[in-house]
Design a binder for this molecule. Structure first.
Ligand code: AMP
Length: 486
């Protein structure tokens, strides 16, 4: 601990001998959890690799990774000085053509970690993209993340003669078909739309050289696993495959075992997570007081970029309505909003003209807006890891951030689960004057058992593209389904 800066410590790490697996420095009892969960035990430090045999300290630069000059130039334009830990570790492996499993979440620089070496590889073997075929296919669980990845591809590849495209649901298919007809080097896709286009013969995957699965655990949560298996069956057997996931549930671990060949395993602890960078607090309030508290708090902090997280789409809409009625410029994004509405709200939030975004987890995950300085957990998430994803939306790129959770008596169990996960108690702040007091000495007998999943059926019926989007998978672990409600 004790590092400062977003990517502090990134440039000094010990390089593993070739072929040797990377062994993060964790205790034996923790090691078993290493790939099963987001490892927050040592958060937020960057792990120093402990290696068998002699090791070498190296200073990693993008140049030393051997990337092409036009890519280096594009990085300089982005203002990236040095590679992040996942970039320093993944880029050499991907350049060699190896399969890679990356345990990392958004915010670690993982998009560049796979995009940069793939651009380099495409350039070192210049075959013109053939009509209706792609050379690199990136699968993303959400449309927002897909757009964001393609934007990154375009900016890192700005000086390269490569073609990229995005295909995703919620928008017209025609322009996507036209683009594919011309041939694409890098295609970023959400699984449902991709399969539609393949069915319509707008695309075939016979020439895919690299398949990337991004946010694999989220794809699983949404129920995209069967679609992913279909896609894997359509790409050539001899291909490179990269899989990135914040957590490693059994199903994703199995997928990795079945389809990746001797993958390099790279695991990075999210740097901007809970402990150091984000000032966290919790306010104990009754559920009905949450609207008043949120509105009051945001009125006082009008100048800040805030994301309010709610568990359900309906909750997001209700909060948005109330805040707007109270004179706060806010908008909600979730799965029931049209793609256009979502993009408009996000763009306004990004450029600062919209100070408050209310989001469900699915809609917000993967969204990277550097200026967010406050996260309000209007509801506590039913899966503790989700809390970490939520608060990771703030304190990006070295900025300071604050996260406030509103905890109703019936959510105390969820709060305790979060505190267990992050291994610290979240400091309590007092509710504003006039808000009904909560008796902390009484443990609530909740009617709605904490951890009970939401009702996905209603949510799914109202999903605009429900025909393509599969039902959320039931994991048995209560609450996991809530991820599908966005
Ligand atoms: P990602 O994890 O891919 O969502 O990236 C998180 C953020 O880090 C994005 O805003 C990137 O532009 C930024 N980023 C990625 N790599 C670097 C780097 N080497 N130096 C500085 N910022 C970076």
């Amino acid at each position: 601990r004790g590092h400062s800066g977003f990517f502090a410590g990134q440039s000094l790490f010990q390089r593993p001998p070739r072929q040797s697996p990377i062994v993060p420095e964790v205790g034996a009892h923790q090691r078993s959890r290493r790939l099963g969960h987001l490892d927050l035990v040592n958060a937020p430090q960057i792990r120093i690799m402990r290696l068998p045999g002699p090791t070498e300290r190296v200073y990693v630069t993008f140049e030393s990774l051997g990337l092409d000059r036009p890519i280096l130039d594009a990085l300089a334009l982005q203002g990236y000085a040095t590679p992040t830990p996942i970039q320093a570790q993944a880029i050499p492996e991907i350049l060699k053509g190896r399969d890679v499993v990356g345990i990392a979440q958004t915010g670690t620089g993982k998009t560049a970690a796979f995009t940069l070496p793939l651009l380099h590889r495409l350039m070192s073997n210049r075959i013109p993209a053939r009509p209706n075929s792609v050379r690199v296919l990136v699968l993303s669980p959400t449309r927002e993340l897909a757009s964001q990845i393609e934007k990154a591809v375009r900016s890192y590849g700005a000086k390269l003669p490569l073609k990229s495209a995005t295909v995703m649901g919620g928008v017209s298919m025609r322009p996507q078909r036209q683009k594919l007809a011309q041939g694409v080097d890098i295609l970023v896709a959400t699984p449902g739309r991709l399969l539609d286009l393949i069915e319509q013969k707008a695309l075939d995957l016979k020439r895919v050289e690299t398949l990337v699965l991004d946010e694999a655990d989220q794809m699983l949560d949404i129920g995209f696993l069967p679609a992913i298996r279909k896609v894997i069956a359509m790409v050539p057997k001899e291909r490179q495959m990269l899989l990135f996931s914040a957590t490693m549930p059994k199903e994703i671990r199995n997928l990795t075992r079945q389809h990746l060949k001797d993958p390099a395993e790279i695991s990075v602890t999210p740097v901007a997570t809970t402990a150091d960078r984000i000032e966290q607090s919790v306010m104990h309030v009754q559920q009905p007081s949450k609207m008043f508290v949120t509105s009051k708090m945001l009125k006082q902090r009008m100048s800040e970029q805030t994301i309010v997280f709610t568990r359900t789409k309906r909750g997001a809409d209700k909060v948005a309505k109330r805040l707007i009625a109270d004179g706060i410029n806010a908008a909600a994004i979730h799965g029931n909003k049209s793609q256009n509405q979502r993009e408009k709200a996000l763009a306004a939030f990004r450029n600062g003209s919209l100070p408050v975004l209310i989001a469900t987890d699915i809609a917000a995950r993967g969204i990277d807006v550097p200026g967010v300085n406050l996260i309000v957990n209007f509801d506590l998430p039913e899966v503790a890891e989700v809390y970490v994803h939520r608060i990771g939306r703030t304190a990006r790129a070295g900025a300071a951030g604050q996260a406030i959770a509103l905890c109703a008596p019936e959510e105390r169990k969820l709060l305790r689960a979060v505190e267990r996960l992050i291994q610290r108690e979240i400091p309590v702040i007092a509710a504003p004057e006039g808000v009904a007091a909560v008796d902390m000495s009484v443990e609530p007998v909740s009617e709605r058992k904490a951890g009970r999943p939401n009702k996905p059926h209603r949510q799914q019926r109202s999903r605009p593209n429900s025909a393509r989007r599969p039902a959320a998978r039931s994991r048995g672990r209560s609450g996991q389904r809530q991820a599908a409600t966005g």
